[in-house]
Design a protein around this ligand. Structure first.
Ligand code: ADP
Ligand code: MG
Length: 244
């Protein structure tokens, strides 16, 4: 039994489970083994980080988990569902209803206000306007940006833009939030604030958070850290300070 399995043996089943996952890209006659035999469980209601230098396969792995890409080999379960058995439509529904996404470059739509940006995924879900607005306002308040609701991304600092992105992710009340280098574009202090918000997402909202990163602050904060090197999972460790 691994350290992680031992630690979580009393908790529910993993939120994400990968078994012998490979992703090989064929590019200009060359095979690139971006993800190479990764077996991994991500435990619910914790902050898990996947670290590794640039090109180690982190983003590829996140795209596979999101169902945006398909493994060349291996199986992936997300929230109890086998992605390999799901249609594109079912995977889209899973993303819309259960997943939230946070990106290094925030991923906001430039011409929309903060409020409109936060509402986009809820609109795609066809939520009625009253419920949508209520959720948007609550999410903006939660990230402390009620007073920036009518600002467009270019009228916001990087840290504020990332808070809007967090509000957008949480407005859908996701079970699982996937973040790709969420502090990569921010200075250390702003990154720290964003990390505090992400921690609260886990503590207060019971979200399962998976972050891929090479930010040492994130590594220090995460409950569980997996390290990738050259497509392989090379190390996994559980911190001593895991929240109850
Ligand atoms: P990381 O996020 O850790 O920087 P990536 O997952 O983006 O790493 O990339 C892993 C490897 O796969 C790299 O060698 C990268 O060049 C390659 N790669 C990523 N996406 C593609 C693609 N669509 N086509 C071909 N090669 C790719
Ligand atoms: Mg990447």
């Amino acid at each position: 039994m691994s350290q992680a399995e031992e630690h979580f043996s009393t908790s529910a089943e993993p939120a994400i489970s990968l078994r012998h996952v490979h992703r090989i890209y064929h590019l200009a006659g060359e095979d690139i083994h971006a993800v190479n035999d990764v077996t991994l469980d991500v435990w619910p209601r914790h902050m898990t980080a996947i670290i590794g230098r640039s090109g180690s396969g982190k983003t590829t792995l996140l795209n596979l988990i999101a169902g945006l890409d398909t493994p060349t080999e291996g199986t992936i379960h997300v929230l109890g569902r086998d992605l390999g058995q799901m249609s594109e439509r079912e995977k889209l529904d899973l993303r819309l209803h259960k997943l939230g996404f946070i990106f290094q470059t925030f991923g906001l739509i430039p011409l929309l206000t903060a409020r409109e940006n936060v509402g986009v995924p809820l609109r795609m879900r066809g939520l009625d306007p009253a419920e949508r607005e209520a959720r948007v306002d609550e999410a903006l308040a939660w990230v402390g940006l009620s007073d920036r609701a009518h600002h467009r991304p270019y009228e916001l600092s990087g840290g504020e833009q990332q808070r809007v992105a967090i509000a957008r992710a949480l407005a859908g009340e996701p079970a699982l939030v996937l973040a790709d280098e969420p502090t990569g574009q921010l200075d250390t202090r702003t990154g720290r604030r964003i990390l505090d918000l992400l921690r609260r997402l886990v503590e207060e909202r019971g979200v399962t958070l998976l972050i891929v990163t090479h930010d040492p602050q994130v590594m220090a904060e995460a409950d569980i850290v997996h390290e990738m090197g050259d497509g392989h999972l090379v190390d996994s460790r559980v911190k001593t300070q895991v929240p109850a």
